[in-house]
Write a protein of this length. Structure first.
Length: 279
């Protein structure tokens, strides 16, 4: 039995000018699968040689073989780039000659061309390789991480309360609660995160925030850079509204206020009712 969308160990049964034919195991010559010369990766093959070939369908819906390694096989999660969008869905780069389709019904959110997202690879009812953004059911719970661990996660959804759904290492379930982030986060973003909680079901509680001291130091540098770029003055101080501060610096008022205090202690800035100045 041929596993479409995966590697199969198949025997070379015929040779042609344009490639090799592999035995599909049905006993019918008409079912032999073509391995084109360009997909043989320069290998000189002989009759009865066995190869590990990836099997998929070409543009004419025929089974085709390649020795190239795709970016994922059926049943796997993969971070893939969107190449184009059509009336039937979006196509993503799979690492082979033919891109694979994300049908409209399998798009839980809008996909932008040239941006990458996390997909689950599956076979549709016609035996074609396809992809879906509906990946939550394919993620696992885990006990391999500890609180304080640094991880990488891919954003794949948002809960109704604006908490962010994250696939840690593109394998495990994680969540960033809405009070843990202030910057703009989009589907497909890859984030550096810290584990701050491990739920009973194994889901990971995460934050994009860095350790307090590092975060304060970086924000102080950002404020100084902003002042230098604006003639040494900004119309913000520790009395500014949270919305004004967030719109400009994408941080909470409390973090902004603490950073201003640190800069004043370093004797680098002064504040008045109009704003903040470099000394």
């Amino acid at each position: 039995m041929i596993n479409i969308g995966d590697f199969n160990k198949l025997k070379v049964v015929r040779k042609a000018d344009f490639g090799y034919y592999l035995d599909a195991g049905t006993g019918r010559t008409s079912d032999d699968i073509l391995l084109p010369n360009k997909s043989a990766l320069g290998n000189e093959l002989n009759i009865d040689d066995e190869v590990e070939a990836f099997i998929y369908r070409d543009s004419k819906d025929r089974l085709i073989a390649t020795l190239k390694k795709p970016l994922a096989t059926v049943g796997e999660l993969a971070y893939l780039k969107v190449i184009s969008t059509t009336k039937i869905g979006s196509f993503v780069d799979f690492g082979l000659e033919r891109d694979i389709l994300v049908p409209f019904k399998e798009k839980l959110y809008g996909l932008l061309n040239n941006k990458s997202y996390l997909f689950y690879i599956y076979l549709d009812k016609t035996g074609r390789i396809a992809a879906t953004t509906d990946i939550d059911r394919y993620l696992e719970d885990t006990d391999k991480y500890n609180i304080g661990d640094s991880v990488t996660g891919t954003v794949y959804g948002f809960q109704t309360n604006k908490s962010v759904m994250v696939a840690v290492d593109n394998m495990y379930k994680g969540v960033i609660l809405k009070n843990e982030y202030y910057s703009d986060i989009q589907h497909g973003d890859v984030l550096d995160l810290t584990v701050i909680k491990i739920y009973e079901d194994g889901k990971l509680g995460l934050t994009p925030r860095k350790a307090g001291k590092i975060q304060r130091t970086e924000l102080q540098d950002t404020i100084l850079e902003y002042l230098k770029d604006h003639g040494g003055f900004m119309p913000f101080n520790d009395k500014s509204s949270p919305d004004e501060i967030y719109d400009t610096f994408h941080v909470s008022k409390n973090n902004f206020k603490n950073s201003l205090g640190g800069l004043m202690k370093r004797n680098l800035i002064v504040q008045d009712e109009k704003g903040t100045k470099l000394k």
